[in-house]
Design a protein around this ligand. Structure first.
Ligand code: PGA
Length: 249
């Protein structure tokens, strides 16, 4: 049975109080299903509140949106893997396109962050994806492979088998323009191929970019997709519960 992962990236929304109210609603509306888990990525200030709100539910997981690679020290504004873990995180996004393109994060930064997450036992959810110019120039595969190689090139198979990858074409994020299921599945195959060459037979690959209640079922009908990473459409607890419940049979 395919095990689906529905990841909600709240971005810079939902403070601690909002997070508690959201998760109360979500838990009331969502009837647990054994074939899927739901991951929530609240802003750092809401991590602990969110983790508390899901604590006795193994199908609901909380993660950080980003970590810095140093475990502690004089790094104003940053949070480390150990701090995220202490707040209740089990996973962390790494290299989300907004980190790369708004905050100037480099491929080398993603490598250090993946290593830091694995070192502390957080599941890294590495985001990769091309810009529109890169897609139009026919460089989608080259860009995705470069991002994979930079972030993961130094890892052995046991380490690789612990992570999740999300393919999020930059041109599809927050734009209302999602990749077609076929576009997504071609890139997913490339990602799996790259990982398989390194001795890992099975890796979860999610799709992200303008996923919503209308297109989620069609996307998830593609067997190459192990789940979705969702921003905008995850912000409403009712809508998200509905999407998770119904997007796949
Ligand atoms: P979106 O964001 O669903 O709002 O396009 C997805 C993401 O950035 O992870």
């Amino acid at each position: 049975m395919r095990s689906l992962l529905f990841a909600a990236n709240w971005k810079m929304h939902l403070g601690p109080e909002d997070a508690r109210a959201y998760l109360k609603t979500f838990r009331a509306r969502y009837n647990r299903r054994d074939d899927r888990t739901v991951w929530f990525f609240p802003p750092a200030v809401s991590l602990e509140a969110a983790a508390q709100a899901v604590r006795e539910r193994h199908d609901l997981v909380v993660g950080a949106q980003d970590i810095y690679w140093e475990p502690k020290g004089a790094f104003t504004g940053a949070i480390s893997g150990p701090l995220a873990l202490q707040a209740g995180a089990h996973a962390t996004l790494i290299g989300h396109s907004e980190r790369r393109h708004v905050f100037g994060e480099t491929d080398e930064d993603t490598r250090r962050k993946v290593a830091a997450a694995l070192a502390v036992g957080l599941v890294p959810l590495l985001c990769v994806g091309e810009t529109l110019a890169e897609r139009d120039a026919g460089h989608t595969t080259a860009v995705v492979v470069r991002q994979l190689a930079a972030a993961l090139g130094g890892l052995d198979a046991p380490a690789l088998s612990r992570l999740v990858v999300a393919y999020e074409p930059v041109w599809a994020i927050g734009t209302g323009r999602n990749a077609t299921p076929r576009d997504a599945s071609l890139v997913h195959r490339e990602i799996r191929g790259w990982i398989a060459q390194r001795g890992v037979a099975r890796l979860r690959v999610l799709y992200g970019g303008s996923v919503n209640a209308k297109n989620a079922a069609e996307l998830l009908a593609e067997q190459e997709l192990d789940g979705v990473l969702v921003g905008g459409a995850s912000l409403d607890a009712d809508g998200w519960a509905q999407l998770v419940q119904t997007a796949a049979p």
